[in-house]
Ligand binder design. Structure first.
Ligand code: CS2
Length: 481
C-alpha cells in the first residue's frame, strides 16, 4: 500500500451543519444517497451534512477520520474511471463504543432525517411476514437496555423516545434498503417496538412521524485493496476508503417528510412520487431477483463476478428468459416505463466489465433476500397456473449453496444469519426430496402457502436433483433455452 503518499483532504469551503444521521455507513450509501445529498446542497444549500453511524465496527471511522471524513467516489464507466471527492460526512460515530453519543446526535433538534442502510437482516423482522421478530437477541437486549441499544430499531425508537419526552418533533426515517414497502416495514417494526415500551410513544410516532418508502439503485461492488492502490497511483493521494460504483443511479422517494423538511432532491434527479411500490417491485424483482439467481448459479458454475457470469451466453439467455417469461409478466410497470427496455438496460449494466461484483458478495444473506426478490414472483406465476422453472432453479441453487459444498467438493464460505441452521438442515437430509422438504420448513423464508404448494415443491426437487447430477451450468443451459 502506498503509505508514503499524502492523505486525501476534504474539499475547501464551509461544511454544512449536520441535519441527517445515517445508520449503517457502508459503501452503498456513500456511493448513492450521500452523493445525491451532497449535490442537492451544492444546488440549493441547506444544512444537510451527514453524521454517519457504524453500528458495530470502527473500521469506517478509523479509515475516514484521518481524511476529515472525505472520500473518493469512483465511477467505473466504459471509458475508464472518474474519481470525485465527496465531503458531505461531518463525523462517524461507532454505536458499540458509545451508544449514548449516537442517541444524543439523533435527538439533536437540528437533525431532521435519519437515513438507513443496515441490510435486510438489520430490521430484525421476519422476512416472510414483515413483523418484528420479538425473539431476536438484539431486540430482547434493546428492550432491557434503554440507554444502550445495539439494533437499528432500538436506536430509532429510543432516539424518537428522547425527542418525544423533550417535546421535539420526530425525525423522518428514510430507509434505503432493498425491501418492498421499506418505509412501511420500518414503521411497522418501530411501532411494534415502541408499543412494548410506551403506548403514548407509539401513538406519537404513528401520528407525527414519517417513514417514506424509497427505491434505491446503484451497483456498488465492495472496494478491493487493488482499487485503493490504482486510485492512489492515479491521484497521488491516499484514500483508505474510496467507493467504486457504476455510472447508473436511481432514487425514487415517497414525498412524505416531517414538516416537509428535506434536501432539494428534485434538483438532482431524485424522483419524488406518491407511490413507490411499482418502482420498488420492478427493481427488486428485475434487478435483485436476477442478481441473486446469477449469484447462486454463477458461483456454483465457478464464476467469480456477475460480469463474468453474464458473459457466458447460456447465462445471458437464462437471465433474459427470467425477465421475459417469468418476471415481467407478473409486474405492473411504473407510469412511463417499458419493462422490456428496463431489462435491456439491466443486461448492459451487468455486462460492464469494469464492475467486478462478486457472486459471493451478492449470495450473502439469501435467507433475508429470497422472499422479496424471487419468491413473490414465483407465487404470482403459480397463482396464474405457470411453473417458473428458471426462478425455481435459482431457489434450488440457493439450497445447494447454503449446503456449504460446491460442485468441486470445496467448502463454500456461506454468510447468512441462518447459516448454521441451513447447513444442519442440509446435512440432516440425504435425498433431493428430503433436502427440499427440510428447507421448505424454514418459515422465516417460505410462508406456509408456498411451502405447501405441490408444483413448487416438485419443481424444486427436480431442479435440486439436476444441480447435483448435471451441475449448475448444464441446468442453466436447458432452462434458459
Ligand atoms: C445486490 C445489490 O448485493 C446484492 O444483493 O443485489 O446490492 C444490488 O447491487 C443493488 O441493489 C443495486 O441497486
Amino acid at each position: 500500500m502506498p503509505a508514503d503518499l499524502p492523505r486525501l483532504k476534504p474539499s475547501a469551503g464551509k461544511r454544512a451543519a449536520t441535519g441527517i444521521v445515517h445508520l449503517g455507513l457502508g459503501a452503498f450509501y456513500r456511493a448513492h444517497g450521500a452523493i445525491y445529498i451532497a449535490e442537492a446542497m451544492e444546488k440549493s444549500g441547506g444544512d444537510w451534512g451527514i453524521a454517519g453511524v457504524s453500528l458495530v465496527r470502527p473500521d469506517q471511522r478509523d479509515a475516514l477520520a484521518p481524511q476529515g471524513f472525505a472520500y473518493t467516489a469512483v465511477e467505473l464507466g466504459p471509458d475508464g474511471e472518474i474519481p470525485r471527492v465527496i465531503s458531505v460526512i461531518n463525523n462517524v460515530l461507532v454505536a458499540r463504543e458509545d451508544p449514548d453519543a449516537v442517541l444524543s446526535q439523533m435527538a439533536d433538534p437540528k437533525v431532521k432525517i435519519v437515513t438507513l442502510t443496515v441490510t435486510e437482516k438489520g430490521y430484525c423482522h421476519e422476512p416472510a411476514t414483515g413483523k418484528l421478530n420479538r425473539q431476536h437477541p438484539d431486540i430482547l437486549h434493546d428492550l432491557e437496555n434503554p440507554a444502550k441499544p445495539v439494533s437499528a430499531i432500538g436506536f430509532l425508537t429510543r432516539a424518537l423516545e428522547r425527542r418525544y419526552k423533550a417535546g421535539l418533533r420526530p425525525f423522518t426515517v428514510l430507509c434505503c434498503d432493498n425491501l418492498p414497502d421499506n418505509g412501511k416495514v420500518v414503521r411497522g417494526v418501530v411501532l411494534e417496538f415502541a408499543g412494548l415500551i410506551d403506548a403514548g410513544l407509539a401513538d406519537w410516532i404513528a401520528s407525527q412521524g414519517a417513514f417514506p418508502s424509497t427505491m434505491v439503485d446503484r451497483i456498488v461492488p465492495a472496494t478491493k485493496p487493488e482499487d485503493i492502490e490504482r486510485l492512489s497511483e492515479k491521484t497521488g493521494v491516499l484514500d483508505q476508503s474510496p467507493v467504486m460504483h457504476e455510472p447508473f443511479r436511481q432514487w425514487v422517494v415517497e414525498d412524505h417528510f416531517v414538516d416537509g423538511e428535506r434536501p432539494d432532491f428534485a434538483s438532482v434527479g431524485v424522483q419524488l412520487v406518491s407511490e413507490v411500490a411499482p418502482f420498488e417491485n420492478m427493481k427488486l424483482r428485475c434487478l435483485n431477483g436476477t442478481h441473486s439467481s446469477l449469484a447462486y448459479l454463477g458461483y456454483l458454475s465457478g464464476y467469480e463476478t456477475i460480469s463474468e457470469t453474464i458473459a457466458d451466453p447460456a447465462f445471458s439467455r437464462f437471465c433474459q428468459h427470467l425477465w421475459t417469461n417469468e418476471i415481467i409478466p407478473c409486474l405492473t410497470p411504473p407510469e412511463g416505463v417499458k419493462l422490456s427496455d428496463y431489462a435491456d438496460a439491466l443486461l448492459k449494466r451487468y455486462q460492464n466489465p469494469a464492475i467486478r461484483h462478486r457472486t459471493w458478495q451478492i449470495a450473502m444473506d439469501g435467507s433475508q433476500k429470497l422472499p422479496q426478490r424471487i419468491l413473490g414472483t414465483i407465487r404470482d406465476n403459480l397463482a396464474a397456473g405457470r411453473r417458473p422453472e428458471g426462478l425455481i432453479l435459482a431457489v434450488a441453487a440457493w439450497m445447494r449453496y447454503v449446503g456449504g459444498v460446491d460442485e468441486k467438493g470445496q467448502a463454500i464460505d456461506v454468510r447468512d444469519p441462518l447459516a448454521a441452521r441451513l447447513k444442519a438442515l442440509s446435512d440432516g437430509a440425504d435425498t433431493p426430496e428430503a433436502k427440499v422438504a427440510a428447507f421448505l420448513s424454514v418459515s422465516e423464508v417460505f410462508d406456509a402457502g408456498l411451502a405447501a404448494h405441490e408444483t413448487f415443491r416438485i419443481g424444486l426437487v427436480d431442479a435440486y436433483r439436476g444441480l447435483t447430477t448435471r451441475g449448475a451450468k448444464a441446468m442453466v443451459e436447458v432452462t434458459g433455452s
